[in-house]
Design a protein around this ligand. Structure first.
Ligand code: ADP
Length: 163
């Protein structure tokens, strides 16, 4: 069985993330979405549990996608889950530097787990969780950028928008 994991912050999950996960599912029998808090990032809008919940609702019709919480180092978690690969998405050159470091660390920690990078589709190459939050904050339309559960969670959380 071919198993992969797709780790990220997913704060919140976007249609760009969904596209990467579904493309990964064409290559692997099972894909774990690992929701963690990146130690280099701050200012999360959603708790890990809320992010997990949004991902779970988004992929509820896909029985081969399982959403779980990040625990410890991704490379070791991937090994424990018997993953052959860690999936990441690449949009711009700016993603590359971070991803090269992440890949190098993972191959040092877990030689048996490979990194698989999928290029963002053109229509999602400008979509990031950060941009989505910015657009939402300034009352822009985000319904084409994120799955429905994110819109619902934004309403429930009553997140502040610009006056
Ligand atoms: P992290 O904090 O680990 O970077 P993110 O949720 O921001 O978590 O991103 C997770 C992964 O998804 C990263 O590899 C990122 O480059 C990729 N990604 C994010 N948005 C997109 C998108 N629109 N298209 C393709 N890949 C994306």
């Amino acid at each position: 069985m071919r198993i992969a994991c797709y780790p990220g912050s997913f704060d919140p999950i976007t249609n760009g993330h969904v596209d990467i996960a579904l493309r990964a599912l064409k290559m692997f029998d099972k894909v774990y979405i690992i929701v963690s808090s990146n130690s280099e990032k701050s200012g999360y809008w959603f708790s890990v549990d809320q992010r997990i919940e949004m991902c779970k609702k988004t992929f509820q019709d896909y029985k081969n996608i399982e959403v779980i919480k990040g625990e410890g180092l991704t490379a070791y978690q991937a090994q424990k889950l018997n993953c052959q690969a860690i999936i990441r998405g690449l949009r711009m050159v700016s993603d590359y530097e971070y991803e090269v470091q992440f890949a190098a660390i993972n191959s040092y920690l877990a030689k048996d787990v490979d990194m698989v990078f999928l290029m963002a589709r053109k229509e999602f190459s400008f979509v990031s969780s950060t941009r989505v939050k910015e657009i939402y904050y300034y009352h822009g339309e985000i319904s084409h950028l994120v799955p429905k559960p994110v819109i619902e969670q934004l309403k429930i959380s009553n997140i502040k928008q610009a006056d």
